[in-house]
Design a binder for this molecule. Structure first.
Ligand code: NAP
Ligand code: ZN
Length: 364
């Protein structure tokens, strides 16, 4: 255990270093938070890397009306680290093992969703941050921190052959794209569109390519063209070019939309072939306008998808191990997190920031 994690057994809590925002317009800054000491089925993890998801930015800036932010907010749900301590009932992990945590840290375990491995739809699920904390009160604190304590069921086994900084983003960007790609049956011979080439989008390209699909990227950034091809795309379309878009009308089996901001989704719906599906994973706050006609013709469907269950997240990590897939990351120290948020807003990231959490040791 690191010296910063001094345990106070009497209170059943210990202090952890973290970065938090205190309001929607405040920068993230160093702070200290309380973590519970591990219970019998808990695992304590020293965090080594934490990815920066656009959801962190939405939440820190209180951009989601359906999920108001409680401050101080410690974001981070793409967590990879090393186990420092385990409770007496823990069976899968021991101190020294690698471990990972994504967006979920608890659920009721009994409902229909939990029983079918879809913990992300449990009405009582606890998110890694900004959820009511059943143990300590207040809200949960995420991975921009030096440690975290999580129930064993929600801790993932990290494949040994992968680069850890690039594994961290798999815990959200990875599973959020892998899950709908599997659900909608993306295989060899299918034509798949990926809208937006950011953290989620670049993982969608890697997965769809690995499943053998013909992958077409839609981007607003012409300078990403070359990179998209290197990531595994077969074609790249600059989405502002209507002529290029029209060449693909009624030809896609599946389109995944990862865009974080307001945009016209009808432009993509018309590209679906009969019975084709478009799945939204991007989460801009403002509702999309959907033209009924875009759906009526060709019996097209529009759906959404939220991260993935725990078993499927492990399946995704094992798939990544087998196919040598990780996120393309730029590693930064935590002290650069605010700059990273600004850069994410201008699309200046290829394709995920991964915070080296050992940099947090330098803060007092
Ligand atoms: P990101 O790295 O910032 O990528 C978003 C991409 O969207 C950008 O790279 C850009 O791609 C495109 N884009 C941005 N602004 C745009 C605009 N005004 N018009 C058109 N395209 C635009 O974000 P991310 O981390 O991948 O997250 C994407 C979204 O998914 C966020 O809303 C996030 O909250 C959400 N999310 C959802 C889930 C879930 O479970 N459903 C999980 C994680 C994240 P181009 O430059 O290629 O156009
Ligand atoms: Zn995320």
């Amino acid at each position: 255990m690191s010296t910063t994690q001094s345990i106070s057994n009497s209170r059943g809590q210990y202090e952890s270093k973290a970065y938090a925002a205190t309001g929607p317009k405040s920068s993230l800054a160093p702070t200290k938070i309380q973590r519970r000491t591990p219970g019998e089925d808990d695992i304590q993890i020293e965090i080594l890397f934490c990815g920066i998801c656009h959801s962190d930015l939405h939440q820190v800036r209180n951009e989601w009306s359906a999920m108001p932010t409680v401050y101080p907010c410690v974001p981070g749900h793409e967590i990879v680290g090393r186990v420092t301590r385990v409770g007496s009932a823990v069976t899968k992990f021991k101190p020294g093992d690698l471990a990972a945590v994504g967006c979920l840290i608890d659920s009721d375990g009994n409902c229909v969703s939990c029983q079918s491995g879809l913990e992300q739809f449990c009405p009582k699920m606890t998110l890694t941050y900004n959820s009511p904390d059943p143990h300590l009160g207040g809200v949960t604190f995420g991975g921009y921190s030096d440690s975290i304590v999580v129930k064993e069921h929600f801790v993932l086994i990290v494949p040994k052959n992968l680069n850890l900084a690039g594994v961290a983003p798999l815990l959200c960007a990875g599973i959020t794209t892998y899950s709908p790609i599997r659900h909608w049956g993306v295989t060899k011979g299918k034509k798949v569109g990926v809208v937006g080439l950011g953290g989620l989008g670049h993982m969608a390209v890697k997965f769809a390519h690995a499943f053998g699909a013909h992958v077409v990227v839609f981007t607003t950034s012409p300078n990403k063209k070359e990179n998209a091809l290197n990531l595994g795309a077969d074609e790249v379309i600059v989405s502002r070019n209507t002529e290029e878009m029209n060449k693909h009308v009624a030809s896609f089996d599946f389109i995944i939309d990862t865009v974080s901001a307001e945009h016209d989704i009808n432009a993509y719906l018309q590209l679906l072939r009969p019975d084709g599906n478009m799945t939204l994973v991007g989460a801009p706050d403002k509702p999309h306008a959907v033209s009924a006609v875009s759906l009526l013709f060709n019996r097209r469907s529009l759906s959404g998808s939220l991260i993935g269950g725990i078993a499927e997240t492990q399946e995704m990590l094992d798939f990544c191990s087998k196919h040598n897939i990780t996120a393309d990351v730029e590693i930064i120290p935590i002290q650069k997190v605010n700059e990273a948020y600004d850069r994410m807003m201008t699309g200046d990231v290829k394709y995920r920031f991964s915070i080296d959490m050992t940099s947090l040791k330098q803060t007092t």
